[in-house]
Design a protein around this ligand. Structure first.
Ligand SMILES: Cc1cc2nc3c(=O)[nH]c(=O)nc-3n(C[C@H](O)[C@H](O)[C@H](O)COP(=O)(O)OP(=O)(O)OC[C@H]3O[C@@H](n4cnc5c(N)ncnc54)[C@H](O)[C@@H]3O)c2cc1C
Length: 484
């Protein structure tokens, strides 16, 4: 028998065994397979089957069989990954964890234990109802699952004050590639015993193990928040202000930046100037939170600090007014499609003091490649979403965009930054891994991968193997988070 026919026969035997062990959980219909074949990168690679598990133990059962027959397995939460990390590149089985939705809150130790499929915003609402708070808030929080967040070490808006997903993970439970269970860390606030395998899994994009539940740290819910929006004559003025603001003792819970290209898109989209007296200015959107007295003090400190720096400002003391200001930021992403039909959304990070230099570079890059480079993002973390807009049907545009991304990544690394701050590597950033890490470091990563997944069945093809997004036609599909 030829090797391909042998592999095909093994995969059919494995699928039959899977159906016997997990009756009713295995879906092979075209719709289920298609839905599990894509994420927000919108490239489609079909799996052979989708395993919709209802208990943690079923994950172990599926993995044992996958390991025995060397079937590729891709864990999946909501499929909102921006990098193709959730697509089953090599086929095989998609383990859909979205039905693992148990939530247990411990108000004494201020912890929450969540199933991997719990949706971020749902957990946040439940803990806030008892006066607690889980800060990491990816913009996809209405959809993204806790398993996906941990696997990607998700960030979000509030990271500037509160940190990212990793900072809240105490314990993880799940299964290694061969189906044997792991319990890494405990529901304890302190733990330094042995090497920290738990933290290796955080941000590993489903390549080292499959998580079924996690215990997360909570903090008291801030009582009050205040939001202010500030206009600046240029991007450099706004970003230099960001650097100075921390030295002035301001402690923002959110610090977002919008460049003038993004502001222009948002203003065209809504038909309104954000600041009537200074249209098309660069913007900082700043929130402070905490106890009422702390918020009052921070507001005064911030407004004094901004005098002579900002051209104008608007503030919101109520949630409804804050929502109006937030609409500006939320409009940015969608409004960019007035420039071109395709967007490359990078999530690079540079040192806070180097952001002005990065933005000068993105403006120069716009001129050099002749494609718009609207940029906004989490300036408090140095984490900027640089977009390159191009028309997919225009082959010249695609060549320019590809060259532009490569130059951008090199510039970020030269500035002492990192190619991804929250989306992870997946497929889209894999070509740049060697720009970021030394050969020795990559070899170490591969050694860890080989130790935990010796047959290479977990999410194969991701992070470490070269992949050219450009060689694959994206599918036109409406995803739940489009038109938010
Ligand atoms: C509109 C939009 C806004 C976004 N905004 C942000 C943002 O602000 N900040 C941010 O960080 N990200 C953001 N993202 C990216 C994405 O939402 C996050 O990476 C999110 O954490 C992915 O969660 P998910 O449940 O969709 O995971 P999926 O997309 O299903 O999976 C992502 C990766 O995690 C792995 N995985 C999933 N579940 C498990 C598990 N239980 N065990 C092991 N591996 C697993 C998958 O194999 C895959 O590699 C955004 C995406 C969209 C579409």
């Amino acid at each position: 028998m030829k090797p391909e026919s042998k592999a095909m026969a093994a995969s059919q035997t494995a699928l039959r065994a899977l159906r016997r062990k997990l009756p009713g959980r295995v879906l092979v219909d075209a719709e289920s397979c298609f839905d599990a074949s894509i994420d927000n990168l919108r490239l489609s690679f079909l799996p052979d089957a989708v395993v919709r598990v209802e208990t943690a133990a079923e994950v172990g059962t599926a993995l044992k069989l996958a390991y025995k027959y060397s079937i590729p397995v891709t864990a999946r939460g909501a499929g909102s990954s921006a990098t193709g990390s959730a697509v089953p590149l090599r086929g095989g089985w998609v383990l859909d964890l979205s039905l693992l939705t148990e939530i247990q809150i411990d108000t004494v130790s201020r912890l929450v234990t969540v199933g991997a499929g719990v949706v971020t915003a749902e957990m946040q609402a439940q803990v806030e109802a008892v006066g607690l708070f889980y800060p990491p808030d990816p913009s996809s929080k209405k959809y993204s699952t806790m398993g996906g967040n941990i696997a990607c070490n998700a960030g979000g808006l509030r990271c500037v004050k509160y940190g990212v997903t990793r900072d809240y993970v105490l314990g993880l439970e799940g299964f290694y590639a061969d189906g044997s269970p792991f319990k890494l860390g405990l529901a304890l606030k302190k733990y330094v015993s042995g090497l920290n395998i738990r933290d290796l899994l955080i941000g590993s994009e489903g390549t080292l193990g499959v998580m079924t539940s996690a215990t997360l740290k909570l903090i008291p819910k801030p009582e009050k928040r205040w939001t202010g929006m500030f206009a600046f004559k240029s991007e450099a003025a706004a970003l230099k202000t960001v650097a100075a603001l921390f030295e002035a003792g301001v402690n923002p819970s959110i610090l977002e930046f919008l460049d003038r290209q993004s502001v222009t898109c948002a203003e065209r989209y809504t038909g309104k100037s954000i600041f009537a007296d200074c249209p098309r200015s660069s913007i900082l959107l700043i929130e402070v939170d905490g106890r009422p007295a702390e918020v009052r003090e921070q507001r005064v400190r911030l407004l004094e600090f901004m005098e002579g720096r900002a051209l104008a400002h608007r503030e919101a003391r109520t949630d409804a007014k804050a929502e109006e200001l937030w609409k500006v930021r939320r409009t940015c992403s969608q409004s960019m499609f007035s420039i071109a039909d395709t967007k490359l959304n990078e999530d690079v990070v540079v040192p806070i003091q180097k952001q002005a230099e990065l933005i000068r570079y993105t403006i120069a890059l716009k001129k050099e490649i002749g494609l718009a480079t609207p940029t906004f993002g989490h300036a408090g973390d140095g984490n900027l979403h640089v977009h390159i807009m191009y028309n997919r049907s225009n082959p010249e545009d695609a060549v320019k965009a590809k060259a532009g991304i490569k130059k951008l990544m090199q510039k970020v690394v030269d500035l002492g930054g990192v190619i991804t701050g929250e989306h992870g590597v997946g497929l889209a950033k894999a070509p740049f891994l060697e720009m970021q890490h030394s050969k020795a470091e990559i070899a170490m990563m591969l050694a860890v991968k080989a130790a935990l997944d010796p047959k290479g069945i977990l999410n194969p093809g991701k992070i470490f193997e070269p992949f050219e997004v450009w060689d694959h036609e994206p599918v036109k599909v409406e995803l739940p988070w489009d038109h938010r």
